[in-house]
Design a protein around this ligand. Sequence first.
Ligand code: FES
Length: 207
Amino acid sequence: MTSERDRVRGTQCEGVFPPPRRSFLRAALASGIGLSLLPAAFAEEEKPGSDVRPQPGDRFVFAEGDREGELIAPADIPEGGPPIQAWPIDPKTKVVRDGSRLNQVLLLRFKPDDLDDDTRSRSADGVVVYSAICAHMGCPVTGWIEDQGMQVLKCFCHNSEYDPRREAQVVFGPAPRRLAALPVKIVDGALVAASKFIGSVVPQQQG
Ligand code: FES
């Protein structure tokens, strides 16, 4: 099946649940290293709210690439994929919720008529948002595969595939359930979380 794929985007999984940078911070503090000697990034991760799950009203920023950290507008999301890796951001405090890898999300845009009813009800102008954490063992979902008119999100750890037009249901592989969905809406032209995650972002097994 996979050998038939005509286009694959994404990177191989580099491991399940790598130690969060937050653990480094705690270890550094325990060993007596002063906060002033730590990179600013580590101190930033301690901002209140960075590890809180996405909240209604959150916006989104690019998680990687040339525009990392910039706000994402609906027009930035290419129709038909590939997905954009993103973090939620609290628009009031400007805190990016990157203190937990379970907060990372995938933004995609399709023609609304191509979405099933439940998926469309959680979308805004065809934009859908899902957890970027595989429901199997928690690897990041980084692949985007197009094959004979079908497009799926793929986790390379054990090859689970999810259909983003149908609630990110599992269409291949060992994942036991779909990806968690984050309903969105458009407010004054901005893409905004409409509620908390629907479904769990905690994988079935961890490492
Ligand atoms: S962790 Fe994704 S398929 Fe196993």
